[in-house]
Design a protein. Structure first.
Ligand code: SF4
Ligand code: MG
Length: 327
């Protein structure tokens, strides 16, 4: 495994109490594999990613337990300097909002080039040539001229391509993309997602793709991990999930994807709201919203059961995964 998150716990201290944002997450990504991490906002998917990147180490967020193994080393035990080196060169992150992630007063060429100057010791001139090459790679037309322009002179889709170029510049082994297309128009979304998938294959990098939209990951992910209230509730190869989910929450997410053949019909939405992380319901955290809930669910927290009887590696944190799978 390239990346293995084991039993990760993260808390946030707020004025009103302790919010349990991540409550024992396990997931893994192999080299060349794409893992989609899916969930509503507040499910802990971004917080987990920030913990992996090491950009959460400051209060009020605190890692209270677990391990983050990257190429076999526990990142939580590295010295800050070593951690920074890993973060700069071996893993990279793509954020939703390129405009606030890019520096507004530097040209994109300077920002891309900076990576090569700082991490590869290149001259400004060579770094600039590299920047143009990268802009070509992410298919920004007229890269030779546009390398001089500033972030605000690019469209949202083009800026997101620049973010991807920045992330890939040093050919990291792992890229984490947090809602990389959410801020874009639907058509542009698909183009940017296709580009990211193509580059992921070409560079054979591990990709963690964080999204709230199950609809965008079908064609690009190998596996899906679904999060709810800071836990993984289902994990499976992408095609298995689409065929038959083994957790009622995943089923709800699937049923709420708009489909062409349902035009005009009302879209299904999961009833209720995600739980307050300062007061997570006992038993199964999903029970107040679950159509299959029974008494057991209100008292006993389901472990991440192995889903047996399939030839792939699947898990579900539902006492009644069989009923869900065959229901
Ligand atoms: Fe629903 Fe119970 Fe399964 Fe939780 S354990 S998802 S409440 S059926
Ligand atoms: Mg988020």
């Amino acid at each position: 495994m390239l990346l293995e998150v084991r039993d990760l716990h993260v808390e946030f201290r707020t004025r009103d109490g302790v919010a349990k944002a991540v409550n024992g997450v396990d997931y893994g990504v192999a080299a060349g594999e794409t893992l989609a991490v899916l969930g509503e906002s507040g499910s802990g998917k971004s917080v987990t990613a920030q913990a992996v990147m090491g950009i959460l180490d400051q209060p009020p967020g605190r890692i209270t337990g677990g391990e983050i193994l990257f190429q076999g080393r526990d990142l939580l035990r590295l010295k800050e300097e070593e951690r920074r080196r890993v973060r700069g060169a071996e893993m990279a992150m793509i954020f939703q909002d390129a405009l606030s992630s890019l520096n507004p007063v530097l040209s994109v060429g300077e920002q891309l080039g900076e990576m090569f100057v700082v991490h590869r010791g290149m001259s400004r001139k060579d770094a600039r040539a590299k920047a143009v090459e990268l802009m070509d790679r992410v298919r920004i037309p007229a890269a030779e001229e546009r390398v001089r322009q500033y972030p605000h002179q690019f469209s949202g889709g083009m800026r997101q391509r620049i973010m991807i170029a920045m992330a890939l510049a040093l050919e990291p082994a792992l890229v984490i993309a947090d809602e990389p297309t959410t801020a874009l128009d639907v058509t542009v979304q698909a183009q940017v997602m296709d580009l990211l998938a193509e580059l992921q294959r070409e560079y054979r990098m591990g990709l963690v793709l964080i999204t709230h939209d199950l609809g965008v990951v079908a064609d690009v992910a190998d596996r899906i991990a679904v999060m709810y209230a800071g836990r993984i509730v289902e994990s499976a190869p992408v095609h298995d999930i689409y065929k038959a989910p083994a957790h009622p929450y995943t089923r709800g997410l699937l049923d709420s994807i708009p489909r062409l053949d349902q035009k005009g019909q009302e879209l299904y939405a999961i009833e209720g709201l995600p739980p307050n992380l300062m007061d997570i319901p006992p038993g199964c955290a999903f029970h107040p919203r679950c159509p299959l809930a029974q008494d057991l669910c209100r008292t006993d927290e389901p472990p991440l059961y192995e889903v047996t009887g399939t030839d792939t590696n699947r898990r579900s944190a539902c006492h009644f995964w069989r009923e869900c799978l065959h229901g």
